[in-house]
Design a protein around this ligand. Structure first.
Ligand code: SF4
Length: 146
């Protein structure tokens, strides 16, 4: 079996979220177990520790809630994720909704209050720009994924 998808590592039980936790979606984990998906965490690939301060995209800038700019780490993580996917000939991704790295379609608005705006995370944007089909954990089952 060759992997077809990149998936956010935090969706498959890996404790890589900013708060040290994860979300655990059994059907997505199954894709990894079956060799159909590779799990990556762009923020860890970018060199950020876990746990870490929460980050949002604030007026186009990547900042943690204390105002520290994290653009370099986020861009590096996105680039590494793209390289991992391209090396494995993967062109599809299932990513964690709303995240400043992995979110797609809707992300948090930069106010750290849980409000959402239209937009994509840094990794999702880079993957889309490189021709990937990007899904989130919220919509992947309703799209035609085989
Ligand atoms: Fe999950 Fe993506 Fe955030 Fe890593 S960067 S914790 S994979 S949402």
């Amino acid at each position: 079996t060759k992997p077809e998808y990149i998936v956010s590592a935090c969706l498959v039980g890996i404790n890589c979220r900013y708060n040290g936790g994860c979300t655990h979606i059994s059907k997505i984990e199954q894709l990894v177990v079956e060799g159909k998906a590779l799990a990556v965490c762009p923020e860890e690939l970018g060199g950020l520790p876990t746990p870490r301060n929460p980050v949002e995209i604030v007026n186009g800038a990547v900042k943690d809630k204390f105002g520290t700019d994290q653009t370099i780490a986020f861009n590096l993580g996105a680039q590494k994720t793209l390289e991992i996917a391209e090396n494995a000939n993967i062109k599809k991704a299932i990513l964690q909704a709303r995240s400043p790295s992995c979110g797609y379609g809707k992300i948090y608005d930069g106010s750290f209050t849980g409000n959402l705006i239209d937009g994509n995370g840094i990794t999702s944007s880079l993957l889309e720009d490189n021709g990937f089909e990007v899904f989130t954990d919220q919509n992947w089952e309703s799209k035609e994924i085989d």
